[in-house]
Design a protein around this ligand. Structure first.
Ligand code: SAM
Length: 213
């Protein structure tokens, strides 16, 4: 069993070595000895860990998670991180997110629009250690730029870009190039540290690790 962080390990669960965090199950994932399997096919961040990307997380950090949906991934994050603010604007998945938060005192669901950071600026402390973003909607780079204000100088952006959410008709590589340009243009943008396609787990998705310029 190789150890990734204190709170994320590779564990034998159901006879297979799997990425896992410690916490109550949320989406029917298999568990063993208090550890719950983290399925990289259902989580872009899980896929980033599985692919060995240099995410810069050590555990215990403050996280702003944009696009929390029903809590599949953010529940794993809250298992190993510190205060985890989970932004989701659709009421239906947000109800399941509230259930995932019941057993996780560090998980704070926010029924907010990630394009309007002013609406949660009074709740989310500035200087968060990481922004994890998976909104799968048009304008993904813009959302990351608008939320940069919350990120510590040495913080990390862990971003998944879904090509088809920007434009179903364009070549994904062209969409990714535009997103990279948008993220890195200007002094209040990001410096990209690493990118990887996630196609083994998520078709036409690009993962980006970046830090504020
Ligand atoms: N990250 C989730 C996970 O792995 O468990 C899956 C996220 S799903 C691909 C994208 C989610 O982002 C949807 O639930 C959608 O409602 C949400 N979303 C899209 N645009 C948003 C916005 N502007 N503000 C907040 N949530 C948004």
């Amino acid at each position: 069993m190789s150890k990734l962080l204190d709170g994320i390990q590779r564990r034998q669960i159901d006879g297979e070595e799997r990425l896992a965090t410690r916490g109550e199950p949320v989406y029917g994932e298999p568990t063993e000895d208090g550890w719950r399997a983290w399925d990289p096919h259902r989580s872009k961040l899980g896929a980033m860990f599985e692919l060995g990307m240099d995410h810069g997380l050590e555990g215990g950090e403050t996280v702003l998670y944009l696009g929390a949906a029903s809590g599949t991934t953010v529940s794993h994050v809250a298992d190993f991180a510190g205060p985890t603010y989970a932004v989701e604007f659709a009421p239906r998945p947000a109800r399941a997110l509230l259930s995932a938060a019941e057993s996780r005192p560090r998980l704070f669901p926010l029924l907010k629009d990630a394009r309007k950071p002013d609406t949660y600026a009074h709740v989310v402390e500035s200087g968060v250690d990481a922004i994890v973003q998976d909104v799968a909607t048009r304008g993904q780079a813009r959302v990351a730029l608008e939320n940069r204000r919350f990120l510590a100088e040495d913080g990390r952006l862990l971003l998944a870009i879904k090509a088809r959410s920007e434009d179903v008709t364009r070549d994904p590589e062209a969409v990714f190039a535009d997103a990279r340009d948008e993220l890195t243009t200007g002094d209040d943008g990001y410096e990209i540290l690493e990118t990887q396609r996630l196609d083994d787990y998520h078709t036409d998705h690009l993962a980006i690790v970046a830090r504020p310029k």
